[in-house]
Design a protein around this ligand. Structure first.
Ligand code: ADP
Ligand code: MG
Length: 598
């Protein structure tokens, strides 16, 4: 049964216009058009965590662009080639990208509720623009939009239009699914985990946000173009804020984290709307858009009872999809491994921290700190809680700017560089408070670390042209998982692992970046004795391979047996530095830190 369900649905879709009445064909057409917009919202809101109430405005840009060009343009006697619906599509997409790039550049930097609020603002503005521009026909709109035609054959019948809408939708679903399952897709999915970690892995998060914003706008605009030529006239009403909210309802109610949620949501809301618009006015004895009330309650119910929307429930009836990345990571044998960065020779100075000061208001977290790490050496940074160790890590890795002082990496000044530029130079880090994407598999989390080692972009991912690179990236990620001892949980959600093993995922992810310097913030915290031994053994191997390692750790046995050099911090300052044996016997250290342990 399960196996045949997708094929059965496809067959039903294909046969639809031949067997269904005109009413249902039209209903399906509207479902398909809405699903295109909702798909953009799944990507934007569900996956990337950027809420937009304003997508209807982009539908409007697509619809009005083609309606205006094919009517007013044609009436003005422009060359026929420039006033075809295809030229309208090109104009619509161009305008959409311009408008979306402009709006995105201004609003995507806003955080918290400011972004959704600003989408409401431009959603309303564009709506009023459509209604008040005389050349767009004001509130009456534009009529006489020509039908689409293919080589002289005119697509006037909604039954034929149905195929165009659903083929466009299926192509979009295919593209977005492929995208999510790729290198740029992982970058998009990482946006929800906060920009900080993604940037430290080399992801340009501002660009990733802009790209999903553009993609969602393009899908909306495409829907608008189809709508204009199906309906053959446009007016501002379908592009207003209420409809923008409806699109968001579709994505949320259907299930905003999976592409299929867009389809389910569009179907549920469109069918309900038709039905409610028939019945509710009878019930209330007055006309009005009462369905909005029902949608509101439905939304609240979904947010209370099933935050993932309806799709997770429906999906149980379908064959379960392969775990993301599983197949690709197995295809590794025939493909060459990813090239590795040249490693500096042992003893070369990798990291040179000079007089770094970091202030938080009145608090001096790092007070003229100095520190060096050489290739093929492990330097440990120890000190009581609150001494300023993690702060120094943040300054070194570019997560926080230093107040003053210098940081050099491989001879180059890096203080002032963004985290992703530092990552690109070959510095990788882990976080004391583990920063994984809990829903993504262990393998995918680690593959995010290899982000900078691939270069295929959005388009090739959507068209499945980047499968070879993807397989190589996943094979590389898999290799690092195996190295740190995670071979048995590659395809488990990272969030389901115990904390100690989540730390190992962080280490594997950092290694996948192919670093020359590795910063580990309390990697052994939460590990059991044998796991700590295994970690120490791994770090020794990495050291022998020429990696430089800077390590914060509280377990003194672990540190003293492993480190070549130890720096002891207290209240933001270095109180001792030297070989483990020297530091251990330093009276200041015994007094300040080890004293309690003796
Ligand atoms: P450690 O890692 O050695 O335990 P931290 O570097 O986390 O210490 O913290 C050093 C000091 O800086 C602490 O007093 C902490 O409260 C403070 N601190 C750390 N980050 C911030 C921040 N973003 N804003 C304000 N104070 C901070
Ligand atoms: Mg810390």
């Amino acid at each position: 049964m399960r196996r045949w369900l997708p094929a059965g649905l496809l067959a039903f879709l294909a046969a639809g216009p031949l067997v269904l009445s005109e009413f249902y064909v039209t209903l399906f057409n509207y479902i398909g058009l809405s699903a295109l917009v909702a798909l953009g919202l799944v990507l934007l809101t569900g996956v990337a965590g950027l809420t937009s109430f304003g997508q209807a405005a982009f539908v409007g840009v697509g619809a009005y662009a083609t309606a205006w060009l094919t009517t007013a343009g044609a009436a003005a006697g422009w060359p026929a080639l420039l006033t075809t619906p295809w030229a309208g599509l090109a104009l619509g997409l161009m305008l959409t990208m311009l408008v979306a790039a402009g709006l995105g550049a201004i609003t995507l930097r806003l955080s918290g509720h400011f972004l959704p609020l600003s989408t409401i603002a431009w959603g309303i503005s564009l709506y009023f623009l459509f209604g008040n521009l005389e050349f767009l026909g004001g509130h009456t709109g534009l009529s006489g939009v020509p039908p689409l035609s293919f080589a002289g054959w005119e697509l006037r019948d909604p039954r034929w239009f149905y195929y165009l809408i659903w083929l466009s939708l299926l192509a979009a679903l295919f593209g977005v699914r492929n995208l999510l399952d790729s290198r740029p897709g992982r970058a998009i999915r990482a946006l929800k985990g906060g920009a900080l970690m993604a940037e430290a892995m080399g992801v340009d998060t501002a660009r990733a946000k802009l790209m999903v914003f553009l993609l969602a706008a393009i899908l909306a605009s495409l829907s608008g173009w189809l709508y204009a030529h199906l309906q053959r006239f446009v007016n501002p009403t379908p592009f207003g804020l209420p409809i923008g909210i409806e699109y968001l309802f579709m994505a949320v109610i259907g299930g905003a984290s999976e592409v299929w949620g867009a389809l389910v949501g569009a179907a549920v809301i469109t069918v309900l709307k038709h039905w409610l618009q028939d019945w509710l006015p009878h019930l209330f004895g007055a006309s009005g858009n009462f369905e909005i009330i029902v949608f509101g309650f439905l939304m609240i119910a979904v947010l209370h009872r099933a935050q993932g929307g309806l799709w997770p429930y429906l999906s149980r009836g379908f064959p379960q999809p392969a775990v993301r990345g599983e197949a690709a990571s197995r295809r590794d044998a025939s493909l060459p491994p990813m090239p590795q960065r040249a490693r500096p020779e042992a003893g070369v100075l990798l990291l040179d921290v000079k007089d770094v000061v970091k202030r938080f208001g009145g608090l001096v977290a790092n007070d003229r700190m100095n520190l060096a790490v050489h290739a093929g050496e492990i330097t440990a940074l120890i000190g009581p809680n609150g001494a300023g160790k993690s702060t120094l890590f943040n300054v070194i890795s570019g997560v926080e700017p230093a107040t003053s002082g210098e940081v050099r990496f491989l001879g180059q000044r890096i203080d002032g560089l963004p985290a992703r530029a530092i990552a690109r130079l070959g510095m990788a880090r882990t976080f004391q408070h583990v920063r994984l994407l809990p829903q993504m598999t262990v393998l995918e989390n680690v593959a995010l670390g290899a982000h900078l080692r691939g270069k295929r972009g959005y388009l090739s991912a959507m068209l499945r042209l980047s499968r070879d690179e993807e397989a190589r990236l996943l094979a590389e990620a898999r290799r690092h998982c195996e190295r740190v001892g995670l071979a048995d949980c590659l395809h488990m959600p990272a969030g389901s692992l115990p904390l100690g093993r989540q730390r190992l995922v962080e280490i594997a992810r950092a290694l996948a970046l192919d670093p020359v310097l590795l910063l580990l913030d309390e990697p052994a915290a939460g590990l059991r004795y044998l796991e700590k031994q295994a970690l120490a053994a791994l770090l020794r191997v990495l050291r022998a391979e020429g990696l430089g390692i800077l390590l914060v750790e509280h377990d003194m046995d672990f540190v003293m047996n492993l480190a070549d050099f130890v720096v002891v911090m207290e209240f933001g300052k270095t109180i001792a530095a030297g070989r483990p044996a020297e530091v251990q016997n330093d009276p200041a250290v015994i007094e300040a830190y080890l004293g309690g342990l003796e």
